[in-house]
Write a protein that binds this ligand. Structure first.
Ligand code: AGP
Length: 609
């Protein structure tokens, strides 16, 4: 997620902006820039890579004079990391500059309209479209032009806007992407979060969705989307910087668990237009979709677990033979790959050595390759024939949650699009699945609202020495992820087993009080997994069942604890079943006093084999 900072006051703006961007580095970024007004014009400095490159370029701000400016750290979503794509972006006249955090979902439509009006563009970004739209409406009143432009923009955004025609005002706009105004002694600020300005002030006001703020050096006015003046309460922040970076959550992992509704919504909406899935910017053209004879899904850890979900879904809905393979195994199995094989590689970081090596092996064997990656411009994204980005933003916690959920969302899109192209899903079911997909973010919110139940369950089992997860089909894939989450942050031994496999040996480990988490969301296999529950109950295990609301009574009759998820389409249950397992692992680790964001022995990206 990008970082925004702005200042207007009596001091030189550039050093203040660079300091603020430094405080926002934790949010992850791949380029940075500032724009400052001085003597009738806007001076812009931008640099790819770490912030120090921008500091060196501007001699720590000394080379960019002026007392009003905006700054930005960019986490690329549209367009590779480059100076052209980094913010601030200038309008065609050079008189308006903008920084942006979020996604302009309808930027292509607006861009086409502006092109037809003679506008031109230097970058591939949705943000440049926004500043050009402001210029399109600008007739001398900046506030009015900004208001008209955002009225046309769909998506999530926090904008900071300055103009050389209006050097006494900085305009801030918020819709879904956080943005604050801060009141300092020498001037006033805007920022994505308080960490950027804590050094100067703890007095802030939060913009609400739809708010526009006109920030001057001696005061701030707030307007609603109809330009009616409104009031916004000042707040005093007593957080330290660390708290502020986690936006008040105790750990980044919890913050990222709670970002999942927005992340899944952003990832889905990037590829759903006018009620249809649109993967036209990938190799999954209808012609190619009809040619695919086999699919291999390759990844490590949680990415591999998404691959297991993908295997079940793709075989069920597309009838294409599909395997999920551990990247570290793939290369040494003499894989059966040819030019009719689609290889999907999944990686949050896009830098995992095993996955990258498997990708190269697959390409050398003639496969077409599609990457599902979170980091724009990463090695795997660049080396694959085609890439679908998960719009999860930077994931700070070592244990993945929001990127995993975004990867699941992409897998649903691919499955449904492929199934439709191959004529294996009716138009009615296509519409039904798509409509339910768009309800998943709200249903994740519902699951997240039940966190107290998971806190209580964690308090019952955090001293267990071993915890088992069982499930069948998709629920087995979820069990794999639930077990890994628990192991990697709580250090409790855990195993995930296909429910029907337990009795072939491992059930000998089940003792009185052993906790078995039974994932039972697959309605068609519910009775089967309940028979496995009865097997472990016969050995006096404790059973926690994760199931859909509709199966609550049946599950309650045979298990010790039941956590229900909202009913949903059978394809989509993984997105909801994973959430309680993430929270359960989190609260168990919390009760055990573990270092949740940075577990022992682990790295966020394993760039060695
Ligand atoms: C997941 O919580 C782990 N941190 C780990 O298994 C991770 O999924 C795996 O290392 C793959 O990483 P990648 O997605 O960046 O390739």
């Amino acid at each position: 997620m990008c970082g925004i900072v702005g200042y207007i006051g009596r001091e030189e703006a550039a050093p203040i902006l660079l300091y603020g961007l430094e405080r926002l580095e934790y949010r992850g970024y791949d380029s940075a820039g500032i724009a400052v007004y001085d003597k009738g014009k806007l001076n812009v400095a931008k640099a790819v890579g770490k912030l120090k490159n921008l500091c060196e370029l501007t001699d720590n701000g000394a080379k960019v004079s002026g007392c009003i400016g905006i700054g930005h750290t960019r986490w690329a979503t549209h367009g590779q990391p480059s100076t052209d794509n980094s913010h601030p972006h200038l309008s065609g006249s050079g008189k308006i500059a903008i920084v942006h955090n979020g996604i302009v979902e309808n930027y292509m439509k607006i861009r086409e309209m502006l092109l037809s009006e003679g506008f031109t563009f230097k970058s591939e970004t949705d943000t440049e479209v926004a500043v050009q739209l402001i210029e399109y409406y600008y007739k001398g009143n900046l506030l009015e032009a900004v208001s008209k432009a955002v009225d046309k923009i769909e998506g999530s955004y926090a904008f900071g806007v300055i103009s050389s025609d209006h050097p006494d005002e900085l305009i801030a706009v918020r819709k879904e992407s956080p943005l604050i105004v801060a009141y300092g002694e020498t001037g006033n600020f805007i920022a994505s979060d308080i960490t950027a300005v804590l050094k100067y002030t703890r007095n802030v006001a939060y913009l609400e969705d739809g708010d526009i703020a006109v920030v001057k050096k001696d005061g701030v006015k707030f307007y609603n989307s109809y330009l009616k003046e409104i009031q916004r309460e000042k707040a005093y922040i007593d957080w330290d910087v660390e708290d502020a970076q986690r936006e008040g959550y105790q750990h980044f992992m919890l913050k990222e668990i709670y970002e999942q509704p927005k992340v899944v919504k952003n990832t889905l909406s990037a590829h759903i237009k006018d009620g249809r899935i649109d993967l036209s910017d990938t190799l999954l053209t209808p012609e190619y979709c009809r040619e695919i004879k086999r699919i291999s899904i390759i990844g490590c850890g949680s990415a591999y677990h998404v691959g297991v979900v993908g295997k079940y879904l793709l075989e069920k809905y597309t009838r294409i033979p599909t395997e999920a393979v551990l990247a570290s195994e793939f290369r040494y199995t003499d894989p059966i790959i040819d030019n009719h094989t689609l290889v999907i590689v999944i990686s949050q970081s896009g830098e995992t050595a095993d996955t990258r090596a498997a990708l190269r092996e697959a390409k050398s064997l003639g496969a077409r390759t599609l990457a599902i990656v979170n980091v724009v411009g990463s090695s795997i994204a660049k080396e694959a024939d085609s890439v679908i980005y998960t719009l999860a933003g930077p994931e700070i916690a070592v244990a993945t949650t929001k990127a995993y959920s975004a990867q699941l969302a992409v897998m649903y899109l691919i499955t449904t699009a492929l199934s439709s192209t191959r004529g294996l899903i009716s138009a009615a079911e296509y519409d039904e699945v798509l409509a339910e997909m768009l309800r998943i973010p709200g249903k994740i919110e519902t699951v997240l609202s039940d966190r107290e139940q998971l806190q209580h369950l964690a308090s019952m089992y955090f001293n267990n020495s071993s915890i088992f997860f069982i499930g069948r089909n998709l629920d087995y894939a979820i069990s794999l992820e639930g077990s890994l989450k628990l192991k990697e942050i709580s250090y409790i031994h855990s195993e995930a087993y296909a429910g029907g496999e337990l009795k072939h040996g491992t059930i000998s480990l089940i003792e009185p009080e052993t906790l078995v988490v039974a994932v039972a969301t697959c309605e068609k296999l519910f009775d089967k997994i309940i028979s496995n529950v009865k097997e472990v109950k016969a050995r006096e295990a404790n059973v926690l069942c994760i199931t859909q609301n509709k199966s609550f009574n049946a599950a309650s009759a045979v298990t010790d604890n039941v956590f229900t998820i909202p009913n949903t389409h059978e394809m989509l249950t993984p997105s909801l079943a994973a959430i309680p397992l993430q929270l359960f692992a989190y609260y168990v680790a919390l009760d055990r006093g573990c270092d949740i964001d940075k577990p022992r022995n682990l790295a966020k990206s394993v760039t060695v084999e």
